[in-house]
Design a protein around this ligand. Sequence first.
Ligand SMILES: CC(C)(COP(=O)(O)OP(=O)(O)OC[C@H]1O[C@@H](n2cnc3c(N)ncnc32)[C@H](O)[C@@H]1OP(=O)(O)O)[C@@H](O)C(=O)NCCC(=O)NCCS
Length: 167
Amino acid sequence: MTTVSSDGADSATDLRIRTAERADLLGIHRIEQAVFPQPWPFSALESYLGEAGFLVATTDADDGPRVVGYVIADTVPNHGTPLGHVKDLAVRPDHRREGVATALLKRALALLESVGAESAKLEVRADNEGARRLYRHFGFEHRKTIPNYYSNGEDALVMVRSLPNPT
Ligand SMILES: CC(C)(COP(=O)(O)OP(=O)(O)OC[C@H]1O[C@@H](n2cnc3c(N)ncnc32)[C@H](O)[C@@H]1OP(=O)(O)O)[C@@H](O)C(=O)NCCC(=O)NCCS
């Protein structure tokens, strides 16, 4: 079991959050394909290499560090103020409920704030109760619903929060 300190990088544990590197891409792509019905293609993941908001969580395995989760966040222009956008987030099934997504999101939101974003948004499948609960813990609120957002016809909930969170 991995435990995580409040900043997601406790030296007493082996969980590390850092910027994604090319060598991480295969591991990231494997997780992406395993957990999403419509995974991003490898090239889409690759296109975010070098972005500050492309972060991986790693733990130590027998053969070296292993990617156990990742987040991709960036900003989009919004009437002169950048709006943060959490575009992708996933954790390996065998490392869930250990605080990995929490550590990744904390770091990503801090990064968005540091580049001037005053709020952050994300889309989540309406039936993804676990993710919605995680986001609610982070202060994200359901702002609107986009019908038929996903190719299987499922709706997306758009969730938004301020940076920093006022609560
Ligand atoms: C959603 C996801 C990223 C959560 O990752 P995680 O590392 O397990 O999340 P954390 O351990 O940081 O969870 C923090 C809190 O969020 C809530 N939560 C997370 N997953 C949950 C689940 N499956 N069911 C209910 N609550 C959940 C809980 O309140 C949890 O705290 P607790 O474990 O103390 O009860 C992970 O389940 C995942 O990769 N799912 C598939 C991909 C996905 O849906 N990504 C989000 C797309 S919008």
